[in-house]
Design a protein around this ligand. Structure first.
Ligand code: PEP
Length: 226
């Protein structure tokens, strides 16, 4: 079973730093286990430059958010249509920071899921354990199993307090119950090269922010995925 490791840069990095990161990943690509797929989610302005280099670095592209609307008069929004031709394969939606600072609701996230899927992009839907069912309930039923779920407990994000593995296992049952038996689930929250191995036993991959920023550290993390 393949593992997906998504590096979420949030609003860190400029174009020069992005280039250095990609060069290092490219140089180390052959040391990654077969079946481990690396994905990077850069800030939007860096997307075209990253997309240009991603293929030769052997990695795929995600966006950190996507508009809930079709292309149109929505100033500041980036629609799924805008992304055509940029090799974007995944869209992270409903990250806890979007829910907290931008007041996104489960319904907003569901609209983003629709937009992504209707434009051939796989949504990576971030959920915490206490609203798995509520989030699933507002997503169009035919799209549920096309999502990838990222279980991201708020208390574990950026704190160094990574989630107990037993809890991740229990939440993965809830996620399957809500989204479908064949759903792919990632874990996110203070993942490091030291702890990623245990999460790979019970999930299909990881969403990584802090430990993805320094390329050397991220390479070690990916090398630890078996
Ligand atoms: C995140 O913000 O999605 C995340 C997983 O952060 P970190 O890796 O820094 O805990």
């Amino acid at each position: 079973m393949s593992k997906l490791i998504i590096a979420n840069w949030k609003s860190q990095k400029n174009i020069k730093e992005a280039g250095i990161w990609l060069d290092i990943i490219k140089a180390e690509r052959d040391s990654f286990e077969e079946g481990v797929q690396v994905v990077v989610a850069p800030p939007y302005p860096l997307l075209p430059a990253v997309a240009e280099k991603a293929e030769e670095a052997g990695i795929e592209i995600a966006v950190q958010d996507i508009s809930p609307f079709e292309a149109g008069s929505y100033t500041g929004a980036v629609s799924a249509y805008n992304l055509s031709g940029l090799s974007v394969k995944y869209a992270i939606v409903g990250h806890s920071e979007r829910r907290l600072y931008f007041h996104e609701t489960h319904a907003d996230v569901a609209r983003k899921v629709t937009q992504a899927i209707e434009h051939g992009i796989t949504p990576v839907v971030c959920v915490d354990h206490d609203f798995v069912y509520e989030q699933a309930a507002v997503i169009d039923e035919e799209y549920l199993e096309q999502c990838i779920i990222a279980y991201e407990p708020a208390g574990a994000i950026g704190t160094g307090l990574n989630e107990d593995i037993g809890r991740v296992r229990r939440v993965s049952k809830r996620v399957r119950d809500a989204f479908g038996d064949d759903i792919r689930m990632l874990y996110g929250g203070s993942v490091t090269e030291e702890n990623i191995g245990e999460y790979m036993l019970v999930t299909d991959g990881a969403l990584v922010a802090t430990a993805s920023l320094k390329p050397e550290q991220f390479v070690k993390l990916v090398q630890a995925v078996k």
